[in-house]
Design a protein around this ligand. Sequence first.
Ligand SMILES: NC(=O)c1ccc[n+]([C@@H]2O[C@H](COP(=O)([O-])OP(=O)(O)OC[C@H]3O[C@@H](n4cnc5c(N)ncnc54)[C@H](OP(=O)(O)O)[C@@H]3O)[C@@H](O)[C@H]2O)c1
Length: 353
Amino acid sequence: MQPEGRVSRALDPARLRVAVVGATGLVGETIIETLAQREFPLGRLDLVASLDSEGAPIAFRGRTLRIQALDSFDFSAVDLAFFALDTALSERYVPEATAAGALVIDNSRAYRMDPTVPLVVPEINSETLPQGIGRGLIANPNCSTIALAMVLKCLDDLAGLLEVEIATYQSVSGVGRAGLEVLAREGARRLNGLDIEADETFSGVPIAFNVIPQIDDFETSGYTREEMKLVLELRKILTRPALRVNPTAVRVPVFYGHAAVVHARFGDALTPDRARQALESAEGVRVIDRLAPGGYPTPVTHGAKQDDVCVGRIRQDLDSPRGLNLWVVSDNVRKGAALNAVQIAERLVEILI
Ligand SMILES: NC(=O)c1ccc[n+]([C@@H]2O[C@H](COP(=O)([O-])OP(=O)(O)OC[C@H]3O[C@@H](n4cnc5c(N)ncnc54)[C@H](OP(=O)(O)O)[C@@H]3O)[C@@H](O)[C@H]2O)c1
């Protein structure tokens, strides 16, 4: 039975009209690539970006599609729209798209904490999708949150997660195409003995050969907005409103792939072997954990163009049988954004056909 709501019409996969909004950005182009790779069923694909990109050619399944300008784009001709714009643009255009009848999957942070909008990692909480169908909107979580939720959900089911300390090591692609350009430019200048000019992309601090303990703006609490996204989004996805999360988010000079150090405490005792076994059978998770050089995931080897969330360095807390340390690596642009969004769309199609 189809859920109640404005977007309750049946979808015909062969005629599905899909739009990617922000199609020229890192997430948008990876959504297009993922739709092609996973043979997502669709009848028509519209690619949308700013006026500056209007008419630019993009290859899709052997054809050349042209970018259309968002300003004049008609969402009433669209069944499903992937939004990969910044938060301000999503706040402006998502309501227009949903009012026109499109079902939207939004990658920005604009609607993630809206209680009427499900925040979905399909392996964890796809049962919340019918609510999103009724609302016409589903939110895709933050890139680090998705990977951490996949690992923590598995361990929570096993031993009852009580609290978690997280330190992220996030690549520059997390801020979009501009992040890649700034790191490449600064790196080249440094290697040529030239000065680096201040760039606002990374809070006015050089990123090449540096490590920056700030991602996004500071809140009055002293935590950054990125750190609070981890806290609030993990609680929402894991349906654990009181979960204790202690976050630090750090930007590192890596092009692709986010990593995180995790220390988790559980209600029950949990050995590294049991954790490994459970993680190995969790959908979308891969354990790489050998006590040998390179026997663990890294962003360069496992965080670019990879679907799985990789876990290694699984160790018992030195002082407690109820604590574990872990190292998590994932592709922030794929599972952290584009792949997760396409997996949501695949589940929506299953529900609505
Ligand atoms: N990068 C990640 O790892 C990641 C992970 C999770 C979530 N996200 C979120 O996903 C969203 C997109 O991120 P991204 O990394 O893909 O950013 P990006 O590489 O900077 O791409 C931004 C996109 O927005 C378009 N755009 C900018 N101004 C526009 C306007 N006035 N009208 C229409 N389109 C406009 C750009 O089109 P033009 O080329 O025409 O300017 C481009 O397609 C953001 O909300 C981000 O926070 C990103």
